[in-house]
Design a protein around this ligand. Structure first.
Ligand SMILES: [Zn+2]
Length: 169
C-alpha cells in the first residue's frame, strides 16, 4: 500500500482511541500533535529501505518481524519517569510500524520471517485500490482531526513566547 494509508491508519486508530477515552471519562489519550508524530512512524519501514519495485520490498529487512521486534525493544525506555508521559505515543508509533508491515503483507507480501525465508502474504488488496484507499483514509483522518482533535491542540500561552528579556547595562 501507499504512504497515505500507512500514516492514516495508525492516525485513525489513535484518534478513535482518544475519542473513546475522552467519552469514557479517562481524559485525553493523545494530543493532535502526538498523534501525528506517532503516525509518521508508519512511513519508517519504507523510509529506511526506499524501494519502488515489489522485488525490492521482498528483500527489505524493515518489512520483517525482526524489525518490528527491534522497534518494540525501544518501548521500555519510555517507562522511565521523564519519558513516561510519551509512553502511549511510543506504543502508537510501534503499532504504526506493525500496521505498515501487515498492510504490505496483504498487498503483495513481505519477507515477514526474515529476508530469504520466503514471502508471507499476497495481493489480497490489488494495486488499483491503493490510491483510492490513500484518498479515503486521508479524508477520514482529516475529518477526525477537524471534528474532534483540533480544539485539543496544546497552545503555548503568548506570555511564555513573549517573556520580557532584561538587558544588563
Ligand atoms: Zn512498505
Amino acid at each position: 500500500m501507499l504512504i497515505g494509508t500507512h500514516i492514516s491508519l495508525p492516525y485513525i486508530t489513535g484518534a478513535l482511541a482518544t475519542i473513546a477515552s475522552k467519552k469514557a471519562g479517562f481524559g485525553k489519550l493523545f494530543t493532535a500533535r502526538n498523534l501525528l508524530i506517532a503516525s509518521i512512524f508508519g512511513m519508517l519501514p519504507d523510509m529506511l529501505s526506499i524501494h519502488v519495485s515489489q522485488e525490492a520490498r521482498h528483500a527489505s529487512y524493515t518489512h520483517t518481524i525482526w524489525f518490528i521486534l527491534a522497534c518494540t525493544s525501544f518501548l521500555p525506555i519510555f517507562g522511565l519517569k521523564p519519558l513516561r508521559r510519551l509512553f502511549p505515543t511510543a506504543v502508537l508509533a510501534v503499532y504504526a510500524v506493525f500496521l505498515h508491515v501487515i498492510c504490505d503483507m496483504i498487498s503483495g507480501g513481505v519477507p515477514f520471517s526474515g529476508v530469504g525465508n520466503g514471502i508471507t502474504g499476497d495481493y489480497y488488496v490489488m494495486p488499483e485500490y491503493w490510491i483510492p484507499m490513500d484518498v479515503f483514509f486521508t479524508y477520514i483522518s482529516w475529518n477526525l482531526y477537524k471534528k474532534y482533535l483540533r480544539e485539543d491542540q496544546e497552545e503555548i500561552p503568548i506570555s511564555v513566547v513573549c517573556e520580557p528579556v532584561r538587558i544588563e547595562k
